[in-house]
Design a protein. Sequence first.
Length: 254
Amino acid sequence: MLVVLSPSKTLDPEACADAATCTQPDYLKESRQLIRCLRELSPDDIAELMRVSMKIANLNFDRYHQWKTPFTSDNARPAALTFKGDVYTGLGAGDFTRQDLNFAQKHLRILSGLYGLLRPLDLIQPYRLEMGTRLGTSRGDNLYQFWGNRITEGLCEALSGQKGSVLVNLASQEYFKAVRPEGLDVPVVTPVFKERKGRQYRVIGLFAKKARGMMTRYIIKNRLTKVDAITGFTDGGYRYSPEMSTETEWVFAR
């Protein structure tokens, strides 16, 4: 079983880095290509392209120009500890044991606009580049075209050798669009988290993001390798609802 998550825009560039356990992203060659494209943009261009304030545009203009390889524990930090958004609040990787991290390295991948596909301990440098950004490159008009089959191929490699493999999609729609499920040759299960409002249940983004991280933590902490076991997830008051679920979308409600 392999889990995929989205990254977050909020980062902690001072996250702890243990040089002995850190790994290198698999697609740094592609990341360098994207950085070259991003360095051609002015702060005004970045603000318009990404629909962000000038403060954020200037910050990322500087980040693109400071970005450099090789990645070391001095100039980069592990992905799972660097991302700090709602998903990663739920994940709580800061208190993971060495055994937790080893399991996560095999069973968790993080989708990224700049890095493509990351393991939890892959080193990254601070950036902002959402997967839905319409950044033109020699491979097309957007990042989905830029990454093509590469992300799917990386997931296939991670899934290979895992008996009865299933991909658990805990990423956002924006990021999972970079995956081509027909090329995975394994089932895909997407957990959906819903809140009861009156007589109805609906997805509320803030809660759903945190729940995705909480479920990933549950899988890692309990060393789950069979997808059926995730129906036992009850953290945060969620309960699996077979009545609201389908074969590919498993609903957890509270």
